[in-house]
Design a protein around this ligand. Sequence first.
Ligand code: AMP
Length: 249
Amino acid sequence: MKIVVAVKRVVDSNVKPRVRVDQTGVDMTNVKMSMNPFDEIAVEEAVRLKEAGVATEVIAVSAGVAQAQETLRTALAIGADRAILIESNEEIQPLAVARLLHAVIERENPQLVILGKQAIDDDSNQTGQMLAALTGWPQATFAAKVDLVGGAALVCREVDGGSETVSLSLPAVITTDLRLNEPRYVTLPSIMKAKKKPLQTLAPGELGVDVTPRLKTLKVVEPPRRAAGVRVPDVQTLLDKLKTEARVI
Ligand code: AMP
């Protein structure tokens, strides 16, 4: 059983993003980039399914600039078998990513596609859902546990106030939540091994997908600065202030 995993190159989660002076977007100059954290979880899950003998091949796919090869190499170091980069210098929005993934799926015929629940740069939370619609496959979003049993995927999902377990017939689309697993540390030998694994580069046109953006960003602004706090001399003053000054949320 083949598994396709979608991985996006994003600004590292430890970096505080700075908005460009002209407010057209986030300043990417000399910023550390990494794999989207939810996608690391997706790769880890796929590799665990391969290690458990359930999957036979894990293919990592990314759409973006040439440097996304580094992100794909990380996926290969975690344990993916091969990678596909759909290279473009254009901004690729969620619908275009879903269409590209759909085209890859038609070529590769996987039984399962695992994506992150959201990319931490655009916070769209759309690609997995759109891919499920394009393929017509069942989907389970926000997965906290995945078991593949007899041609079906049993997925425990995080929902408000608890969890819900659903059964999906394969092929299916799953998006990962934080609790699904803890991605492994990538070791130096696995990084070296990953350098020799196959990485194919395609252009969106080769997949017959037009990635022209449909949305135009009008303005990006930083959140308002928080006012400085005050130090109170004792607990009683704190309680008084909470009673008189705290705003009801
Ligand atoms: P989003 O809908 O943008 O929040 O992204 C949800 C998930 O879709 C991400 O966690 C990735 O797994 C996948 N994804 C989004 N953009 C890309 C991309 N450019 N390349 C590969 N996968 C992507």
